[in-house]
Design a binder for this molecule. Sequence first.
Ligand code: CO8
Length: 255
Amino acid sequence: MNYEILKLEVQNAIGIITISRPQALNALNSKFFAEMDQMLVDLSQRNDIKVLIITGDGKAFVAGADIAEMVDMNEEQGSNFSKVGHNTFNAIEKLDMPVIAAVNGFALGGGCELAMSCDIRIASTFAKFGQPEVNLGMIPGYAGTQRLARLVGLSNALYLLYTADMISADDAMRIGLVQKVVEADQLIPEAITIATKIASKGPKAVKKIKYVTRQGMLTDFNSGSELESKEFGSLFGNEGAEGMRAFLEKRKPNW
Ligand code: CO8
């Protein structure tokens, strides 16, 4: 595919996707979803990337779904456009590697929903988060109603969804939506530092952490614990054996 909106750079096992349609504050249109779907397939077929970072070009991470594209949709088209977003964001959650959102600016509506589909969020002091759909007489359509409540708790989520308030990076961190806030010029370096740290850990263990933890959020405690036992067991005899042996032999593991 000839990517026009997405740019991928790969350095030292870290992939950085930049969403670049700054003239529309990187608003999510059909082209974005087609490109992101293909990018996720491409990424799942490569084995040189251990951690992925997603960021935005310009003053926005993503300022929402593309209002100009949505304005004339009918009920069926709106519902379908919502499902397109669900599929893409679910695929990010299922991607076989940790995904870090490096939120450089506005993360509104679909932009906040995209950031929430990533595993962790690092924000610049310029970042603003919000679900302003009620200002448009709409509700979130890319699972924002579901992910926000799971990440920040029911009442924090309902507060943001009802009021459409745009909150600062510090306030987003206070409610647990963001894991770290840094100066703008430190955003990508810090995301790379975190990604590099994760990439140095047991690679199979990191993938299984994502799989088991995310599956656990979709199921009940006992089923999640059962899956944990199975995947925990699967690491014995290979990567886990090397990691534990390296500890006992006081050397670095050779993954
Ligand atoms: N869609 C399309 N274009 C946009 C969007 C958007 N979401 N946001 C900004 N733009 C465009 C503007 O129209 C403007 O274009 P132009 O230069 O041609 O007039 C350009 O980007 C720059 O924007 P502004 O001039 O408005 O920049 P400001 O710095 O003054 O303001 C804001 C920045 C505050 C971010 C402002 O642009 C804004 O409020 N944007 C809309 C935010 C919003 O409401 N987002 C939610 C959209 S709805 C949504 O995301 C639902 C998700 C689920 C959809 C389900 C599918 C059915």
